[in-house]
Design a protein around this ligand. Sequence first.
Ligand code: ADP
Ligand code: MG
Length: 191
Amino acid sequence: MLDEQQALEALKLFNEKIQANKAYLSELDTPIGDGDHGANMARGMSETMKAVENGSPSTLSSLFKTVAMTLMSKVGGASGPLYGSAFLAMSKAAQSSSDLSVLIEAGLEAIKKRGKATSGEKTMVDIWSAFLADLQAGTASSEHLQQVVEASKDILATKGRASYLGERSLGHIDPGTQSSAYLFESFLEVQ
Ligand code: ADP
Ligand code: MG
């Protein structure tokens, strides 16, 4: 279960991880993308924390809606609309559930729909699916999230910018998988 206070704490932790790893995320996006994932996420999350402070949303649903709207409007790259759709779906789901696995499932479905991606295409869908399966099995851990991040190296990209590289996308961590790992680690840290 996730209450509004825990979610707020998790978003603060997520923002800290994103700001601390801004250069690393852009470095991951350089060989298989356009090198902007760190800047995109850092801008998106600092704007999100400002919006949360100004709006002081009082429910889990309204908190996630503020995150969604800010990420959609402030992030230029693909990750803005993708994370934005995920948080919007999580906001809707939070009206009737505070079970983290129900929320993540709603977010995952929205990302798949928005990005027209499925598992195994070297996108953030892979780690959202893995984290959902772990939550449902009661085995979620930061160690397993790290393994999923490492495993993204061995996947051939068939969606997003990295797919333009074909075989040359192999051997590199997917940046969106790494940023999603920071989000999920933050959720685990407040449980
Ligand atoms: P852009 O690719 O527009 O520069 P970012 O660099 O911010 O945007 O984000 C790239 C990340 O977005 C990728 O690492 C991948 O995880 C995710 N991504 C890209 N396209 C898709 C898609 N169609 N479906 C799901 N995730 C995607
Ligand atoms: Mg990019």
